[in-house]
Design a protein around this ligand. Sequence first.
Ligand code: MN
Length: 258
Amino acid sequence: MNILVTNDDGILAPGLWSLVSELKQIGHITVAAPDREQSAQGTAVTLRHPLRVQRVKPLLAGVETYAIEGTPSDSVILAMGKLIPGRIDLVVSGVNAGPNLGDDVLISGTVGAALQGYLRGATAIAVSVESFESRYRDNAARLAALITGKIADDTLPGHLFLNVNLPDLPLGSTGRIRVTGLASRSHIDTVKEGHDGKKAYYWLIRQKIDRDAGENTDIHAIEQGDISITPLHQELLNKPLPGITDRLCAELLASLKG
Ligand code: MN
């Protein structure tokens, strides 16, 4: 199994190397990740200037490692399109320091990188831990490896896109592992204005909305101390919307032409 490991916290982030350490027992690993912190870049790709790539010394010996002067998505696109000659079966992104839950998956560079792998035919797993201090990132990496093992032995179907989040708890205190859906809106964006003496500046600030997350959601799972696995291959890309019916589409078309 050929595995690409990437992240959005940058090539030196310990969570990435926790993943490499666990996954190299299962498959052949290549690392391609941003050369610096690129969190909250979502699926951004760089189209208006060239990308530089540096082959760097890995933190774990024997792993081909590329530092990309670009976004998480750039890293995956470059790796799969140019740097790695063979087919990539699996893209694992993380272990992110901090959760990627609910609507936040849309701005998450961790999830964005995994999505690029998924769109290019690989199975994709994004892995995050609730705590920014990442005390339990090794548990997250271990779980990613266990899921990978289930894909390798065909227990799980290929071409999945999973978003995995772990609570900030030792394994002894962790609850169940739950399959969840994405919670809706968990933050409200506010803009704080300041002045540096020369010019105005603005901070985008994300404030948590204090409200109950639905029972089957990822946020609910983490709040309960459970581990959340959200299959994004259906939820994000193919969510049914009952209001959009064939009849409505016909009406829209008739009005458009009318
Ligand atoms: Mn991050």
